[in-house]
Design a protein around this ligand. Structure first.
Ligand code: KG4
Ligand code: ZN
Length: 365
C-alpha cells in the first residue's frame, strides 16, 4: 500500500482520445489545490466529422492514431520536461468511443512500460469533475453539473473517486440536444455555439416549448420531448427566415435554462441534506455546454438566491483536453491510486457505480 501524500509534488503527462479531440498535456501539481499547466495541446477533428453532422467513431479512432505521438512529443517539448522529469502517465480509459479510448490508453501503457512510470487510467468524467481543482484550487466536496456532448449529470463530488449521482439524462445529453437543434435548423456542427449565437438576437417568448422533467422529485433530465416540440414548431413555421431561426434558438435556449435551474435547484436541496446544513455551498459546472453564457447567467442567478459560490472553469478547460486528464492523474497518484497494465478500455464507466441506471438512459449516462 502506497502512503497518501497529499502535498507531494508531481509532474504528469495526460492523454485524451475518448471522443473527437486528440489531446496531450503536462501538469505540475505542487500540492492540494495548486496546479500549473505546463502544456496543453488539443488537436480537434471537427473538420473530419463536420460533413456527417456528428462524430464518426471509426474516423475518430484513425485520426487519433495519426496525430497522437507527435502531439505528445510537442506537449513534452512545450512543457520543457524530459521523460525522466515525469512522475506518471495518465490516459483516459473511458467512458467514450472504444476505438479512440484504446488508442490513448495503449499509448499511455507503452510510455509507462518503456519509461518505468506509474500508469493512471483516468475516468474522463472524473477529469471533468476535478478540473476546478486545477483552475480554481477547489477541492471536494461540491455539487457538480456536468453538461457535455455525451453527458448530462448532477453529482455530489465527495472526494477523488467518491461520487454520488443525483440525476442524469433519460435520453439525449444536453450538448447533443443543442447539436440536433442546430442540425434541424440548418446550422453547422457543433451546434451549441451556433444556437447560442442566433439565440442572442432572437425572441425567447415567441415559441411555446415544453420544460421536460420540471418539478420532478429526482433531478433527472430529458431532452427528447423538447427536441420533438422544436421540430414541430419549425415545420409549422417553414420556410424559415433568419428571424424564425433566431426565435427558435432563443426559445429553445430559454426552455433549457428553465430546466437546468429547476433540476439544479432540486439537486442543491439533496446535496445539503446529504452533507449536512453546514456544508460549503459550491456549484461547479463542467463540460462543453458550460461555455454557454445564457446558461451561465441563469446559474449565477440561482446561486445568488441559494447562497452558493459558482465555479466554471474557463471554456478551453471545460471542453476535452489533456491537462484535465493529467490533473486527475496527479490527484489519483498522490493518493496511491495507480493501475496495472491489465486495466481495460471502457465504453461505459459511470462515476457512481451504485447509482441505478436511469430508465432509458443512453450508454454514456
Ligand atoms: O465536453 P465537450 O467538449 O465534449 C464531450 O465530452 O462531449 O462538449 C461538446 C459539446 C457539444 O455538444 C457542443 O455543441 C456543446 O458542448 N457546446 C455548447 C456550447 N459550446 C459547446 N453548447 C451550448 N452552448 C455553447 N456555447
Ligand atoms: Zn468531455
Amino acid at each position: 500500500m502506497i502512503a497518501i501524500d497529499n502535498n507531494r509534488k508531481v509532474r504528469i503527462l495526460g492523454i485524451e482520445t475518448s471522443c473527437d479531440e486528440t489531446a496531450a498535456g503536462v501538469v505540475l501539481r505542487r500540492r492540494a489545490g495548486q496546479g500549473e499547466i505546463l502544456s496543453n495541446l488539443v488537436r480537434t477533428q471537427l473538420d473530419d466529422h463536420a460533413a456527417f453532422g456528428g462524430v464518426v467513431p471509426e474516423i475518430a479512432a484513425r485520426a487519433h492514431v495519426e496525430v497522437l505521438d507527435v502531439l505528445i512529443k510537442q506537449a513534452m517539448e512545450e512543457a520543457g520536461v524530459s521523460w525522466n522529469d515525469l512522475d506518471g502517465v495518465a490516459a483516459t480509459a473511458g467512458p467514450g468511443l472504444l476505438g479512440g479510448v484504446l488508442v490513448g490508453l495503449m499509448t499511455g501503457k507503452a510510455i509507462a512500460a518503456a519509461r518505468n512510470l506509474p500508469l493512471i487510467a483516468v475516468n474522463h468524467l472524473e477529469a471533468h469533475a476535478l478540473t476546478v481543482g486545477l483552475t480554481d484550487g477547489i477541492e471536494p466536496p461540491y455539487l457538480l453539473l456536468l453538461v457535455s456532448g455525451g453527458h448530462t449529470q448532477l453529482l455530489i463530488v465527495r472526494d477523488v473517486g467518491a461520487f454520488e449521482r443525483l440525476g442524469t439524462t433519460l435520453d439525449d445529453a444536453l450538448g447533443e440536444a443543442f447539436d440536433k437543434t442546430a442540425k434541424l435548423l440548418g446550422l453547422p456542427y457543433p451546434g451549441g455555439p451556433e444556437v447560442e449565437k442566433h439565440a442572442r438576437v432572437g425572441d425567447e417568448a415567441r415559441f411555446d416549448l415544453p420544460r421536460p422533467m420540471v418539478g420532478r422529485i429526482d433531478p433527472h433530465f430529458s431532452f427528447a420531448g423538447l427536441k420533438t416540440a422544436l421540430r414541430r414548431r419549425a415545420e409549422e413555421t417553414a420556410p424559415l427566415s433568419g428571424k424564425d431561426i433566431a426565435d427558435l434558438c432563443a426559445s429553445f435556449q430559454r426552455a433549457v435554462c428553465d430546466v437546468i435551474i429547476d433540476r439544479t435547484s432540486t439537486a442543491m436541496a439533496l446535496y445539503e441534506t446529504a452533507l449536512g446544513e453546514g456544508v460549503e455551498r459550491r456549484l461547479v459546472v463542467a463540460g462543453g455546454v458550460a461555455a454557454n453564457q445564457a446558461i451561465g447567467a441563469s446559474l449565477e442567478q440561482l446561486c445568488r438566491t441559494r447562497g452558493y459560490a459558482l465555479h466554471v472553469p474557463p471554456a478551453a478547460l471545460c471542453t476535452d483536453n489533456g491537462a484535465m486528464i493529467a490533473w486527475a492523474g496527479a490527484e489519483r497518484l498522490v493518493r496511491g491510486l495507480v493501475d496495472d497494465f491489465t486495466v481495460p478500455a471502457r465504453a461505459r464507466w459511470p462515476l457512481d457505480i451504485k447509482a441505478a441506471p436511469a430508465i432509458g438512459a443512453g450508454v454514456k449516462a
